[in-house]
Write a new protein. Structure first.
Length: 201
């Protein structure tokens, strides 16, 4: 299994996540594996699931918790850690965004696994080879990644988000995580729109 963390805004999957989905689906095909999308705390997910199906995702895991209605980095990392123990994926990837890098960094510390940020290429096997963008994308670093489960984020714009030639209706699996108060100490509790348009000086 290749598990992909999906970042979304309201009922839209972000462009960085769609690029990561395309990247992950391609890696899954070449390694004869399955790409599974993970939606956390999204509530009503029908529109998100349908959108993911257009990009070739055949299975979605929905993780919800009564105290988790918006972004909470440690809680999200804890949920992925629980899914790793339950499903033993070979790769967990996220978008190379602020959110994706933050969650995956917490996950790496929590699971005691190395995390590779801003990957542009992945070659599964033994050894497991990756290419990363460094120094503002002016340097390509080739490395071997270790660990039973490989954690990574996919650099933005290394692939274009491509819809599948034949959209699918993803199967949906629900997952009920166990979260502690410590997991929920940092979380978004509300969002407020700016009253002034444009840039304030």
């Amino acid at each position: 299994m290749i598990l992909g963390l999906i970042e979304y805004e309201e009922e839209m999957v972000t462009e960085a996540s769609l690029q990561m989905v395309t990247f992950g689906v391609n890696v899954a095909k070449t390694s004869e594996d399955e790409f599974v999308a993970l939606l956390i705390g999204a509530g009503k997910t029908a529109a998100l699931t349908e959108m993911l199906g257009k990009y070739g995702v055949a299975r979605v895991i929905e993780a919800n918790h009564e105290k988790l209605s918006d972004y909470a980095p440690v809680a999200w990392a804890s949920i992925i850690s629980q899914l790793i123990k339950e499903n033993s994926p070979q790769i967990v990837m996220g978008p190379g965004s602020d959110l994706g890098n933050e969650v995956m960094a917490h996950l790496g510390a929590m699971a005691d696994l190395p995390m590779a940020a801003n990957c542009s290429a992945v070659t599964p096997g033994d050894p497991f080879r990756i290419t990363r963008l460094r120094w503002g994308s002016s340097l390509l670093e080739e490395a071997v990644q270790t660990g039973d489960c490989k954690l990574m984020t996919i650099a933005p714009y290394v692939v274009e988000a491509e819809e599948a030639s034949a959209p699918v209706a993803p199967s949906v699996q629900t997952f009920e995580p166990t979260l502690t108060e410590k997991d929920l100490l940092v979380r978004v509790i509300r969002r407020e729109a700016d009253e002034v348009e444009g840039i304030t000086l």
